[in-house]
Design a protein around this ligand. Structure first.
Ligand code: UD1
Ligand code: MG
Length: 464
């Protein structure tokens, strides 16, 4: 047993095909499924399942595919001409692999590490030479059919080559195979291309090995592992399924959702128990959200760190920002990268911040832009305040506002500028010079009142 589990695992992922049916310039395996390229999901699952090595077969659009997969520490093997799935596996040079090999299509993004581990366990327990993972589908469509004789696995027949009788079979080939490396090295060269597509089919390995009395088994898997992506409809379906799976996982972990069907949360996101998601939220990337937060409808949150008891009100757009405990933002707030909102601060409607640190218990309730700013604690930023951070020299300058500053409405800070603690800025001011602590600064045109002005001008008009 010990020897078996020590067996080396190599995964070969097929990703050289063009994906003609996608009708898209992007190589098929790079199409994102719930935010990540589908080949990335296949590689991730392989690694988590304990693969010591992952060999990716590349061909169409290989320069782009390499950019995504090579940083994940996998080796690419080139298939210059797409002569079929068996030919693709041969390009991975199975003759210099030892141990067990899992072969997967790169277009099956729903596969998880636990699935691979389960299949591998059966393969090893049953001391198989070769196994194919199958699934029962109501509509087997274009999938290869599993042909059995009195229950015994015989062959896989491609839909294009199948008789009317064989097309009725509901058990299909998921495109996942496990083989001993030496079985691949011995039998792959024997596969011929005498079929409808004139391609070398990996599926022919099954009948070849059976004829030669190898131990070959069909392992029945969950139909979800059969979800392959060959066109945009299937891509949308796979995306939907991954979002659904994540939503169910979050519900199990104690996250509340008004309608889990419209919670679009990427797999990489973490959310604490007791947090509520309203319908139609989109939460992406490396976002982490703590407990007892409320994320209201139509909020988009990407790569943010959100602590506990934070309120994100409807229609807010948050990117690469950090929100501390008990912060409230929105409705309709926009936080651009490198913004940090400290404890109990409030950012209200139509407020935009960029590269700004906004202090504890400070408030910017309405219609404000703060960019490249550092705002202290308990500051009140009045409606319509703007930091003029971008100068005619095309450089960005900083605005520093101390603690407990009161900024009257419709103030412009012409950066670089610094406002001392407890200062008061009069409404409608254009502040161009630093303001010391505790000072009052007012910079606006004096009001001019001319009595009966309107009456006089009307009289002039009537004389003409
Ligand atoms: C294949 C199987 C079919 C199975 C189905 C599951 C064969 C002959 N058929 O059909 O039995 O039910 O998967 O989804 O294997 N690829 C290459 N090089 C090639 C050809 C393909 O790398 O020369 C790659 C593709 O990029 C793709 C994968 O292999 O990731 C499968 O190819 P695809 O053309 O999608 O095969 P299916 O028709 O789906
Ligand atoms: Mg396919």
């Amino acid at each position: 047993m010990a020897e078996q589990s020590a067996q080396k695992l190599t995964v070969i992922a097929l990703a050289a095909g063009k994906g003609t049916r996608m009708k898209s310039p992007l190589p098929k395996v790079l199409h994102p499924v719930a935010g990540r390229p589908m080949i990335e999901k296949v590689i991730q699952a392989s690694k988590q399942a304990g693969a010591a090595e992952v060999r990716v077969i590349v061909g169409h659009g290989q320069a782009l595919v390499r950019q995504v997969v090579e940083p994940m520490g996998v080796a690419c093997y080139v298939q210059d001409e797409q002569l079929g799935t068996a030919h693709a596996v041969r390009c991975a040079k199975p003759e210099n692999i030892e141990g067990d090999v899992v072969i997967m299509n790169g277009d099956h993004p729903l596969i998880e590490a636990s699935d691979i581990k389960d299949f591998l366990r059966i393969f090893r327990d049953e001391k198989c030479d070769l196994a194919v993972v199958t699934a029962e589908l109501k509509n087997p469509g274009e999938f290869g059919r599993i042909v059995r004789n009195r229950g015994e696995l015989m062959a896989i027949v491609e839909a294009k080559d199948a008789s009317a009788e064989a097309l009725k079979i509901k058990e299909i080939n998921t495109g996942i195979y496990i083989a001993k490396a030496e079985v691949l090295a011995q039998y792959l060269p024997q596969i011929q291309n005498n079929n409808a597509k004139k391609e070398f089919y990996i599926t022919d390995l099954i009948s070849l090995c059976i004829q030669d009395k190898c131990r070959v088994q069909a392992i029945k898997g969950n139909p979800k592992v059969a979800v392959g992506v060959n066109n945009q409809v299937e891509l949308a379906k796979a995306t939907r399924l991954i979002f659904k799976r994540k939503a169910l996982q979050l519900l199990e972990d104690g996250v509340l959702m008004i309608d889990p069907r419209t919670a679009y949360v990427e797999e990489s996101v973490q959310i604490g128990a007791g947090t509520v998601l309203y319908p139609n939220v989109f939460i992406r990337g490396r976002t982490q959200i703590g407990s007892f937060c409320v994320i209201e409808s139509n909020s988009f949150i990407s790569d943010c760190e959100i602590a506990n008891s934070v309120q994100v009100r409807g229609g807010s757009y948050l990117e690469s920002s950090k929100l501390h405990d008990k912060v409230s933002v929105g409705p309709y707030a926009r936080l651009r990268p490198e913004t940090e909102i400290m404890e109990e601060a409030h950012v209200g409607n139509f407020v935009e911040m960029k590269k700004t640190k906004f202090g504890k218990k400070s408030k910017a309730g309405h219609l404000t832009y703060l960019g490249d700013a550092e705002v202290g604690e308990e500051v009140n930023v009045g409606c319509g305040t703007i930091t003029c951070n971008y100068a005619a020299d095309r450089k960005k300058y900083k605005t520093k506002i101390g603690n407990r500053v009161f900024v009257g409405s419709d103030t412009q800070f012409i950066a670089p500028i610094s406002i001392g603690d407890d200062a008061v800025i009069g409404s409608g001011s254009t502040i161009t010079k630093d303001v010391p602590a505790k000072a009052l600064a007012v910079a606006r045109g004096k009001q001019f009142v001319k009595e009966n002005y309107a009456v006089k001008s009307t009289e002039t008009d009537s004389k003409e």
